[in-house]
Design a protein around this ligand. Structure first.
Ligand code: NAP
Length: 248
């Protein structure tokens, strides 16, 4: 069997109805994982796309309006892969930034990510014999850079990088690989306004050595790799998948 194979593994991807999460679900299924596509709304499109390629998928409503929403979902369910992808961004000058926007972003991007990972690891560690397990967190270039007018997003994504490292430190010895992907500028709902703004779009493209926006599948393939035995010795890494943006 290929060292990249996920055959026999059960995976859960948050925010799998669209964009990067959808591409991650497809990439995991392509490698043979059975994928639960979780979202605050239905993931029928993602499940249908997986089924059309002969893969196995089911869906789950999981709304991080309650950041503790995942605490009961893993027990006894046999998941060995978790991808924490759900995330939101709220843009406003830091002088005007509201507590409501701060809390909304932190709840989804950071608090929900931590407690979902905690619930996943508890369930995995309760069941012997344990096979390999992996948590893949979706961070951002704003885990490394400051950005502008996105204070909660930047704080949350720096937090995702930090949590990735501490959870790797605590869980590596138990066979759980915890890593993160920092996507660059990727085509999704999240970046629609940036792409529509001709000046911003041109400025962004001018700085990307690869000369193009990222596709969601660029992130999907990296997530599938990090979840696989091929990445067994990678712990606590935050891997930028950015067309070379950070190298400039
Ligand atoms: P997206 O199309 O906006 O997708 C975000 C996903 O998160 C959607 O499935 C969304 O559901 C879900 N979500 C939002 N609030 C939620 C909640 N309360 N409960 C459960 N799910 C919720 O954006 P994307 O670009 O694919 O983003 C995916 C991840 O990549 C995010 O963590 C984002 O920060 C990160 N990222 C993206 C880029 C980029 O360039 N696109 C760059 C760096 C990092 P709905 O569809 O219902 O809103």
């Amino acid at each position: 069997m290929s060292v990249f194979s996920l055959a026999g593994r059960r995976a859960l991807v948050t925010g799998a109805n669209t964009g990067i999460g959808q591409a991650i679900a497809l990439a995991l299924a392509d490698q043979g994982a059975s994928v639960t596509c979780a979202g605050r709304r239905d993931c029928a499109e993602t499940c249908a796309a997986i089924a059309a390629k002969g893969g196995i998928a089911d869906e789950m409503i999981l709304d991080f309006a309650d950041p503790m929403a995942a605490r009961e979902i893993f027990a006894g369910a046999g998941y060995s892969i978790l991808v924490n992808n759900a995330g939101i961004i709220r843009r406003e000058d830091s002088l005007e930034y509201t507590e409501a926007d701060w809390d909304a972003v932190m709840d989804v991007n950071l608090k929900a990510l931590f407690f979902t990972a905690q619930a996943f690891a508890k369930a995995h560690l309760e069941h012997a014999p344990r096979g390999p397990a992996a948590v893949v967190n979706i961070a951002s270039l704003l885990a490394f850079q400051g950005g502008i007018r996105v204070p909660a997003y930047t704080a949350s994504k720096h937090g995702v990088a930090g949590l990735t490292k501490i959870l790797a430190n605590e869980w590596a010895a138990d066979g759980i690989n915890v890593n993160a992907i920092a996507p660059g500028y990727v085509v999704s709902n999240n970046t629609e306004n940036l792409r529509k703004d001709a000046d911003r779009n041109a400025a962004i493209l001018a700085r990307i050595p690869a000369g193009r926006w990222g596709e969601p599948s660029d992130i999907g393939h990296t997530a599938a790799f990090l979840a696989s035995p091929a990445a067994a010795y990678i712990h606590g890494a935050v891997i930028n998948v950015d067309g070379g943006w950070l190298a400039r």
